[in-house]
Design a binder for this molecule. Structure first.
Ligand SMILES: [Zn+2]
Ligand SMILES: [Zn+2]
Length: 352
């Protein structure tokens, strides 16, 4: 379904009519099988200030897009275009841009803007900024032909990754990397990974390259096979007990009922990091079994630009393999349905 949105001009102003583009918009958040997204026309955005415009080549499909489409995350703006793993070519520059040139390949991530002056921004924790903006939530994202980004929030992308491989790095990769840092995995430690999709399969490779033993718990047998192929020590069902106690664990599946078994799987002093922006309710915990002996339970919230730069350079250095399933941009709704129903092994991406 296609409908018009944006300024309507009469014939006398036809010469100022902005060029229009096709985009997906969150139309009526709800179950993904009820088509919550609509294909719409929007004006091609014009960069101002320090913004650059990219022509979208590939946009990754992140679980956060699914939470937004299904209404788990309240939309911050009606009709916002989702998508925050954008690989594109710079095609127009705002007047204050100095970092990029037309033709550069850049990545546009989740973090679109931070205030720069709050107590978190000024203490190296811009991921906790009090007044942030996010791509594909506050500002239009990459399920479209064009998108805008403030120049200092875009990333240069290592040449070792093609467009399809690079897209999932921009959120799935970076968030997983921050989750790994937060999980406090010791050198050559034992890491548990709960859920094994776009983010987890990249994070597992970082941990393995650092010498960790990685145990993967996921209900998908295809994902278990991918985990073993990438070098995981074991792969079992979603709530299975790993074969050895864990120094650290990361919960990627948005499933609160996995928190107790993941905490039980920790060794004394271990840490469980929850990587997602949304989690179903966590059941009651038993203090003795789940938290005593200095087990730590913590969350991961967005990322700093420093996390992003550090991750992209490490991913390029160790040669992370990205398992991506490509869909045409026209099939964003089908990609979200497949993600919802665990039919994507690795990361889904939309190709323009
Ligand atoms: Zn701030
Ligand atoms: Zn994301």
């Amino acid at each position: 379904m296609c409908r018009l949105e944006g300024p309507v001009r009469d014939r006398s102003t036809l010469h100022t009519m902005p060029l229009r583009m096709l985009a997906w918009a969150v139309d009526h958040p709800g179950p993904v099988d009820g088509d919550p997204l609509a294909r719409v026309e929007k004006p091609v955005p014009e960069p101002t200030g320090a913004q650059v415009r990219v022509r979208v080549r590939v946009c990754g499909v992140c679980r956060t897009d699914l939470h937004l489409a299904e209404g788990d995350l309240a939309p911050r703006r009606f009709g916002v275009t989702p998508g925050h793993e954008i690989v594109g070519t710079v095609d127009a520059l705002g007047p204050e841009v100095s970092r990029w040139r037309v033709g550069d390949r850049i990545g546009v991530p989740w973090l679109a803007h931070t205030c720069g002056v709050c107590r978190f921004c000024t203490s190296g924790r811009e991921n906790l900024c009090l007044d942030p903006r996010f791509t594909g939530w506050d500002v239009d994202g990459g399920y479209a032909e064009f998108a805008l980004v403030e120049e200092s929030y875009a990333y240069a992308l290592p040449d070792t990754f093609d467009d399809v491989e690079a897209a999932p790095l921009l959120c799935a990769g970076i968030i997983g990397y921050r989750a790994l840092l937060r999980a406090n995995l010791p050198e050559h430690g034992r890491l548990g990974i709960y859920g094994f999709g776009g983010s987890a399969h990249i994070t597992a490779q970082i941990a393995l390259a650092r010498g960790a033993r990685v145990h993967v718990m996921t209900r998908s047998t295809e994902a278990q096979a991918l985990a073993l192929e990438l070098g995981a020590t074991s792969a079992g069902d979603a709530a299975a007990s790993p074969p050895e106690p864990l120094d650290a664990a990361i919960l990627f599946a948005p499933v609160g009922s996995l928190v107790p078994p993941a905490l039980s799987a920790l060794d004394r002093g271990g840490t469980l990091a929850i990587a997602g922006i949304h989690l179903s309710d966590v059941p009651a915990l038993d203090y003795q079994r789940h938290l005593f002996e200095e087990r730590t339970l913590l969350s991961v919230t967005a990322n700093t630009r420093h996390d992003g730069e550090a991750f992209l350079s490490e991913a390029a250095r160790i040669g992370v393999r990205v398992s991506a399933v490509a869909y045409p941009m026209d099939a964003a709704d089908a990609a979200l349905r497949d993600l919802r129903h665990d039919r994507v092994n690795g990361a889904a991406v939309l190709v323009a």
